[in-house]
Design a protein around this ligand. Structure first.
Ligand code: 5RP
Length: 222
């Protein structure tokens, strides 16, 4: 199976977790695009969606799925999103597409976070994928210096602005042995909007696309 076929497989599997007559949280990225396309097939059974990026919102609307503002939503039973890396604790690195802040906000509201990935995303230790850090533009250099002090090698994502009008520093070389701790430490740097570690609010369920089919993984110890 190709990587795209694996993404499609997990995207379809995620439909089983969508709650009828409710609003579903929708992340962003290529795996989520497959999920949105699959969601279109059951659009009559959901109230609508909240989206983590303008691109996802556009795709949902093209399929005739109503997109709600998160502020107008009281309850969000399920959030479906991809990841750039995920480990056995279902801690993740996200933000390869730059939508990390909105993704983290929706994840915070959702009761259940269902992560959908092809098998290449499961790693023993997070950190090979450069960690995205969203920063307020005037704080770019300051945050860069702070990341250097932490042992990282930040690089400005060229020609890119987030949906919130901010910049992204992609940071290589950080030692991520305690993801929840590093997530909090980075968020404490003045000028950081958020960082791509999703450990303080990990996924609840991982649907992993493998050649043999979809493997459902719960966090180790959960
Ligand atoms: C975007 C994200 C995506 O979930 C992540 O980059 C995975 O994307 P893809 O499904 O295309 O591999 O965090 O900000």
């Amino acid at each position: 199976m190709t990587q795209d076929e694996l993404k499609q497989l997990v995207a379809r599997e995620a439909l089983k977790h969508v709650v009828e007559d409710a609003i579903v949280g929708v992340g962003s990225g290529s795996t989520v695009n497959f999920f949105i396309d699959a969601l279109a097939g059951i659009k009559g059974r959901i109230e609508g969606a909240v989206a983590a990026s303008e691109a996802s919102a556009e795709r949902l609307k093209k399929h005739g799925i109503r997109v709600f503002d998160l502020n107008a939503v009281d309850e969000l039973p399920v959030y479906v999103d991809g990841a750039d890396e995920v480990n056995e604790h279902l801690y993740m690195i996200k933000g390869g597409g730059g939508a990390l802040t909105r993704e983290k906000i929706i994840a915070a509201v959702a009761k259940t976070f269902v992560c959908i990935c092809d098998a290449s995303k499961l790693v023993p230790v997070l950190g090979k994928f450069p960690l995205p850090v969203e920063v307020i533009p005037m704080a770019r250099s300051h945050v860069g210096r702070e990341l250097l002090k932490l042992g990282g090698h930040p690089e400005l994502r060229q020609g890119f602005k987030t949906d919130n009008g901010n910049l992204v520093l992609d940071c290589r070389g950080l030692t991520i042995i305690d993801p929840p701790r590093l997530e909090a430490e980075l968020n404490n740097v003045t000028g950081v909007v958020t960082n791509g570690l999703f450990a303080r609010r990990p996924a609840d369920l991982l649907l992993l696309g493998e050649a043999a089919g979809v493997r459902t993984v719960k966090a180790r110890g959960a």
